[in-house]
Design a protein around this ligand. Structure first.
Ligand SMILES: Cc1cc2nc3c(=O)[nH]c(=O)nc-3n(C[C@H](O)[C@H](O)[C@H](O)COP(=O)(O)OP(=O)(O)OC[C@H]3O[C@@H](n4cnc5c(N)ncnc54)[C@H](O)[C@@H]3O)c2cc1C
Length: 342
């Protein structure tokens, strides 16, 4: 690829949405991400089983809703093309041991292959380098050079960062001394706060005997969410359960090891939802899961320095830090990068 016009650090939904729009507008775009794949917190864990089957569990985002016209069009198009589905219109409610399943309402969408398929869909046609953890940013004349942990580096005249705010803040730290115009924006990045989530995935020998496909638990000492993951997939997939602990429990247990929290999460699940035999189980910690204090505006763009950032921790709409917010933030920043809006 010839030298890029734009570097995007972070292949979460925000960065990929921006990448798609800027490539469509004719820019040469290079995306970098530290993970092995794209899609960030819209994540799917694949678990191969001894009998040759594979379970897919969404250990980050559970499902998405589409309130705005653009995501609604994307979702409806995905359903028509067969890679997305309306998983359910009704999420069960657990209160004090009693489960109710409300009447059908708005659609909750999932990609049939797992949530990360949405990121892969958005990444189609983009040049993405994975396994590239960016550790510092350097201003070079009228452009940018980003340096990765393995010693590699990339240059481009424009730079976008799609990272959780606490991971962005240290990268901006060094720049603020040289570019005081970034100082106020960097201070706002520093004010963003997150809460964590412990998640646990279980591949089951047999499905639970349950009416719900997804279940929100209220006032439970440990658990906040459960989903029978195979109900998101094509029929015949191994039964699997995804759990998320409450933010309070996750915060109190944040620094423990996955192998130590997992037995407690399984035990609590058995007591709450009934007994099961696990074929495989894992725990995953999201240190920066949900922004609780967000930054103003849909994204940030400094036209003089040609640098900006986006993500669900901005406020492109009033509906909270969800997948749709990440997409709206990326789409908004794309317009600024392309100079379509001031
Ligand atoms: C447990 C959980 C449950 C959720 N449930 C829902 C739900 O049901 N519905 C919903 O709509 N949303 C849900 N969300 C929120 C949703 O996942 C996020 O809002 C959305 O995915 C955020 O996208 P993003 O692009 O802003 O950031 P991210 O997805 O965080 O992307 C940031 C990217 O930056 C990369 N990165 C970080 N540091 C570096 C570095 N130094 N160098 C290179 N790359 C780097 C990361 O690897 C990542 O790919 C949930 C999230 C979690 C964690």
């Amino acid at each position: 690829m010839s030298s890029p016009d734009l570097l995007i650090v972070g292949a979460g939904l925000g960065g990929l949405a921006l990448g798609q729009d800027t490539v469509r507008a004719g820019l040469n775009v290079q995306v970098l991400d530290k993970s092995r794949g794209v899609s960030g917190r819209a994540a799917t864990r694949r678990v191969p089983l001894d009998d040759g089957r594979e379970a897919r569990l969404d250990h980050g985002a559970r499902f998405f809703t589409a309130r705005g016209a653009r995501l609604r069009a994307l979702a409806e198009g995905g359903v028509r093309d067969g890679w997305l589905r309306v998983w359910t219109r009704s999420v069960g409610e657990w209160r004090g041991g009693t489960v109710t399943v409300p009447p059908p309402a708005h659609p909750r969408y999932v990609p049939t292959a797992g949530m990360s398929a949405l990121g892969r869909h958005l990444a189609h046609g983009l040049s993405v380098t994975t396994g590239a953890e960016v550790t510092s940013l350097e201003r070079t004349g009228d452009g940018w050079r980003v340096h990765a942990r393995d010693g590699s580096s990339w240059t481009a005249p424009r730079l976008v960062l799609n990272l959780p705010a606490p991971q962005l803040a240290p990268l901006l730290g060094d720049l603020v001394d040289d570019f005081p115009t970034l100082a106020e924006a960097a201070r706002e990045v520093g004010r963003v706060r997150y809460e964590p989530y412990w998640a646990a995935g279980i591949v089951l020998e047999r499905d639970l005997d349950a009416e719900w496909v997804g279940l929100r638990l209220h006032d439970h000492p440990m658990l906040e969410w459960a989903a029978r993951e195979h109900t998101k997939r094509e029929p015949g997939q191994p039964p699997a359960l995804m759990l998320q602990a409450t933010p309070a429990w996750s915060t109190a247990n944040l620094e423990r090891r996955p192998e130590d929290v997992l037995p407690e999460l399984l035990d609590s699940t058995r007591k709450t939802l009934g007994d099961f035999t696990p074929l495989h189980a894992f725990a995953h910690r999201w240190r920066y899961s949900t922004p609780t204090v967000r930054a103003s505006g849909p994204a940030h763009w400094d036209p003089a320095l040609s640098v900006g950032w986006c993500g669900d921790w901005h406020t492109p709409d009033e509906h909270g830090p969800r997948m749709e917010a990440a997409l709206l933030s990326g789409w908004a920043l794309a317009r600024w990068v392309l100079g379509e809006e001031g």
